[in-house]
Design a protein around this ligand. Sequence first.
Ligand code: C2G
Length: 140
Amino acid sequence: MTTVVTFGTYDLFHVGHLNILRRAKDLGDRLVVGVSSDELNFRKKQLRPTYPLDHRIAIVESIRYVDEVFVEDALELKRQYLIERRADILVMGDDWEGRFDEFSDICRVVYLPRTVGISSTDVKVRIRGNGHLSPSAQVA
Ligand code: C2G
């Protein structure tokens, strides 16, 4: 039984999120997702997420690739989360490349390429401008 753990905010859930969760699940048998609290997101990005934590959790836990969800309260607790969840593999998008290599003593650390052409920030900008996303972002 291989357990994969990944982390994220998953605000305004989009196809980039879906792609990474599916590819993370493909690496093992069980996918556990740490969803960032509103406060952690503020510390990471100086921004409160559009969707509050309970909405983001409800969406992520309903994704068929996701077996379990927990709240990520602090980046500094990552080692503890990985140990508690018995992670065999830590998956992150390559926007975090190199940032979590320190955990390779307790699990395999894999950075997957981000989906090009979409982000929560991009979605917000497009909606504000009454526009739509470029069709370049693909389910892959
Ligand atoms: N992602 C992706 N492609 C995109 C956008 C996001 O593959 N176009 C990935 C990110 O790389 C990340 C996951 O989707 O692995 C969640 O993205 P965010 O919600 O932006 O996560 P972030 O706020 O970066 O949180 O401890 C680390 C953090 O909690 C990661």
